[in-house]
Design a protein around this ligand. Structure first.
Ligand code: ATP
Ligand code: MG
Length: 567
């Protein structure tokens, strides 16, 4: 079967096309029935939600079909790589709920790759080119026009060996020469036109120090690393389709003279995850961090996994979204609103309900005894009885949302307006009696009277009123800063624009509300505990939060207001 027919037939069985291939290979007894995958990030940045899609595939398929997935740090370019990233990568994979078999490093194969390159040189299959990268690029030709051979193509083997050693000893300067595979300058696949396989980089490597100065290129490291480790299915994204013949070619070359003869990794490609209103390129994400356009890699507006975690996303929601979008052979732009829909569904089942008032105005219950405090029981999550309940204090003076009172309200306004009745959540029905204003006409206090017979849960308390409001007791709450996040970019596909991506940032992506109030119970929560501020949205305590200065992040609103606003 071709992969496209796989893609079509697999939908019927509920398997994605990669699973189909794996199942078929296992059935056919390929690789002695072994299944081994790898997740191969380059430690040059933090993982983003696109990586999560690859992680779910690489680890998920190994888990499902009894195989193993290893973590390979693809650390062949010391310029951008760092151990900081390695630790972050591990943390994010674990957070998503996956376990690797072993941890490998492409840098562990530098000697083997070097030896392989030397072998190719000795066999007349590689040569040192001393042209500039511009000259080499000019000679590449076009897909329909063959390239021009380098003047160095037929250099004697001895000279190639000598120069290759100089590339690594520091005698040759960075950029002065490269090693190229001698393949086919007329091949319709441009990747075959004598690809560069080694270059000089004069920078300490975070693991191998100054031992190496000649570093292998991706195409000369990836397939070989898969082969050395015994990977059976090397799953990657679609941009590697044109690299596959080269991947196979170098493995064929390598297999000659190796005893792992019956083993060969197979590259399979699926479509990338792209999300609206954000960018996924590590280069751009790094620029946002370095230039201070966001507050670090884990800024809750970033599409990084640490950003999502800090914002209050659950790993389950991200995995559910990845399941929803599926794996295909066609690149597409995935809707952020769909991710949020998956998130709301997951958090609805998970989040503890608490009360918080973001834009407070005082409500005084004028007929409620001064100094009286009632402890009301409120369920933590109506979706899950096992989550239990907690106590919220009720008293004469409460904070309510400013939007929940209107002096002159239109007919269908079911919140507080003089003469109207509402229920205060988990407490009593109150009737609005008026308000007090300052000299500018701003409402400073709202007044109401309560009906003592209407307490929630008491016999006869089921009198129906149209509105239910949340509140916190003025004497029993804590002030908090609340950070409201919006889309990081103001246009749907910033990656496709010609303008610089920095110009496309949404200036309103972060709004800080410095003076909110949360009920005491919310203040006892910690980062990574999922909360719903009733009637408002899902929230999580931020890592900046302290006992003296509480900080909460809005994860997502209760409803999708964005789609409505923009369509
Ligand atoms: P860069 O942005 O630096 O090119 P990258 O996004 O390719 O890097 P890697 O660290 O090389 O990042 O990626 C590790 C793995 O994650 C690769 O197999 C890659 O195919 C996969 N991956 C990266 N981005 C996405 C994405 N948006 N969707 C799905 N998989 C992705
Ligand atoms: Mg890459």
């Amino acid at each position: 079967m071709t992969e496209t027919t796989h893609a079509e037939s697999s939908e019927k069985k509920g398997l994605n096309f990669v699973e189909e291939i794996v199942v078929e290979d296992l059935k056919a007894g390929k690789n002695n029935g072994r299944l081994q995958t790898r997740f191969p990030p380059e430690p040059n940045g933090y993982l983003h939600i696109g990586h999560a899609k690859a992680i779910c595939m690489d680890f998920g398929i190994a888990e499902k079909y009894g195989g193993v997935c290893n973590l390979r740090l693809d650390d062949t370019n010391p310029i951008k790589e760092d151990t900081e990233y390695v630790e972050a990568i591990k943390e994010d994979i674990q957070w998503l709920g996956f376990k690797w078999g072993k941890i490998y490093h492409a840098s562990d194969y530098f000697q083997q790759l070097w030896d392989f390159a030397v072998r190719l040189i000795k066999e007349g299959k590689a040569y040192i080119d001393e042209q500039s990268s511009e000259q080499i690029a000019e000679q590449k030709g076009t897909p329909t026009q063959p390239g021009t051979p380098s003047p160095y193509r037929d250099r004697p083997i001895e000279e190639n060996l000598e120069l290759f050693n100089k590339m690594n000893s520091g005698e040759a300067e960075e950029g002065s020469m490269v090693l190229r595979a001698k393949l086919d300058m007329a091949n319709p696949n441009m990747h075959f036109r004598d690809p560069i396989i080694y270059r000089i980089i004069n920078k300490e490597h975070h693991r191998t120090g100054s031992k190496w100065k000649a570093y292998p290129m991706y195409d000369f490291a990836h397939g070989q690393s898969d082969y050395f480790e015994g990977v059976t299915h090397s799953i990657c994204t679609l941009e590697f389709v044109p690299h596959r013949p080269l991947y196979d070619h170098f493995i064929d070359e390598l297999k000659e003279g190796n005893d792992l003869a019956d083993h060969r990794p197979r590259q399979i490609e699926f479509n990338r995850l792209n999300l609206t209103y954000t960018v996924m390129s590590k280069r751009k994400l790094l620029a946002l961090v370095k230039e201070g356009l966001v507050n670090g890699w884990d800024d809750p507006r970033m599409p990084t996994l640490c950003g999502f975690r800090r914002r209050g996303y659950s790993p389950e929601a991200i995995r559910k979204f990845i399941d929803m979008i599926g794996y295909t052979k066609f690149d597409a732009l995935n809707d952020f609103a769909m991710l949020e829909a998956a998130l709301r569904e997951d958090l609805n089942a998970r989040a503890t309900r608490v009360s918080a008032v973001l834009n407070p105005v005082k409500l005084v219950i004028t007929n409620y005894p001064e100094g009286q405090v009632e402890e009301l029981e409120t369920v933590n999550n109506p979706e899950n009885e096992a989550d239990g309940s907690h106590i919220i204090e009720f008293s004469r003076e409460l904070w309510i949302e400013r939007e929940d009172f209107m002096e002159d309200a239109p007919k269908k306004y079911f919140r507080l307006t003089p003469g109207n009745e509402v229920r205060l959540k988990s407490a009593y029905i109150v009737k609005c009696t008026g308000c007090k204003k300052d000299e500018n006409g701003n409402v400073t206090e709202v007044y109401c009277e309560y009906d003592p017979m209407s307490k929630s849960g008491m016999p006869g308390s089921d009198r129906k009123v149209k509105g239910t409001l949340h509140w916190v007791s003025c004497g029993h709450c804590q002030p908090a800063e609340v950070r409201l996040y919006d889309r990081l970019f103001s246009i749907e596909n910033p990656g496709a624009e010609e303008r610089d991506f920095r110009e496309l940032l949404n200036p309103e992506s972060l709004k800080v509300l410095p003076q909110c109030y949360v009920e005491k119970y919310a203040a006892t929560k910690k980062p990574l505990e999922y909360l719903q501020f009733q009637r408002i949205g899902y929230f999580m305590m931020d890592k900046d939060s302290t006992a003296e200065h509480l900080v909460f992040n809005r994860t997502v609103g209760l409803k999708d207001t964005w789609s409505k606003k923009n369509k």
